[in-house]
Design a protein around this ligand. Structure first.
Ligand SMILES: *[C@@H]1O[C@H](CO)[C@@H](O)[C@H](O)[C@H]1NC(C)=O
Ligand SMILES: *[C@@H]1O[C@H](CO)[C@@H](O)[C@H](O)[C@H]1NC(C)=O
Ligand SMILES: *[C@@H]1O[C@H](CO)[C@@H](O)[C@H](O)[C@H]1NC(C)=O
Ligand SMILES: *[C@@H]1O[C@H](CO)[C@@H](O)[C@H](O)[C@H]1NC(C)=O
Length: 207
């Protein structure tokens, strides 16, 4: 436990007093982009960590309450090394998600257990200051502690536009402690290819 807390302290203690802190901002309600993922899962009962790295081509559509993710994940031990390539379509109006594996035409449906994450930094976020990434990109850093959801997140967004830059999250899920890092690349407003949401014929349509 001690190591988890100290790992997180640099984020938690950097709150900076400023005269006029900005209000939490919103990115567009529709966007596309490449999200790169790094994730560490610490499994208590095995006392072991598995690492996942990957990319997620994301189509985020808050206007229609849906999201599509083309995932390419590489998972490292303690489980045998494996890769996951699938398209996940989430329809929050229907409360359903489809996991589509094209290579063998498999489609798994699941009930969604959470609501769609809104395009805005949560209203209760604490502003932690403005920084330069590399030498030129000005970013605002926000910290959101959500003990009810057993997670805390640091958001970095481009100061002028609110475009997402990165998200770093620690969370506890049953049996696991998780650290997730997301980096947002080539993000553009709007949706060029709404066809990404069409389900293939081998998927049950849901209610
Ligand atoms: C994501 O999109 C880019 C650009 O269209 C493409 O090169 C890449 O292969 C895609 N990745 C996945 C996992 O589909
Ligand atoms: C389809 O492929 C995935 C990933 O390789 C595998 O996990 C799954 O068991 C396969 N499903 C069927 C029905 O073969
Ligand atoms: C939601 O919870 C149920 C019951 O635990 C589970 O079977 C399902 O896979 C979960 N859905 C998602 C999207 O994780
Ligand atoms: C991301 O944007 C850069 C710069 O515009 C471009 O060169 C690159 O091809 C893009 N990558 C993808 C995967 O779209």
């Amino acid at each position: 436990m001690a190591c988890k807390i100290s790992m997180w302290l640099p984020f938690a203690t950097t709150a900076i007093m400023v005269n006029a802190s900005p209000t939490p901002c919103c990115k567009p309600k529709q966007w596309e982009g490449l999200v790169t993922l790094g994730m560490a899962n610490y499994v208590h009962k095995n006392d072991d960590v598995s690492l996942t790295r990957g990319t997620i081509n994301t189509t985020y559509d808050y206007l229609n309450m849906r999201e599509a993710q083309v995932q390419d994940f590489h998972v490292s031990p303690p489980f045998p090394y494996y890769t996951v390539k699938m398209t996940v379509i989430k329809d929050y109006k229907k409360g359903m998600q489809w996991e589509i594996i094209e290579s063998n035409k498999t489609c798994t449906t699941r009930k969604l257990n959470s609501s769609m994450s809104p395009p805005c930094i949560p209203a209760n976020a604490q502003f932690q200051g403005t920084y330069l990434l590399s030498q030129t990109l000005e970013v605002d850093r926000w910290y959101v502690d959500a003990p009810a959801a057993s997670q805390a997140t640091v958001y970095e967004v481009e100061s002028k536009t609110c475009w997402p830059v990165s998200e770093t999250r620690r969370s506890t899920v049953p049996d696991m402690f998780r650290l997730t890092s997301l980096t947002f690349e080539n993000v553009t407003a709007g949706i060029k290819n709404p066809g990404i949401f069409n389900l293939p014929s081998y998927c049950p349509p849901g209610k």
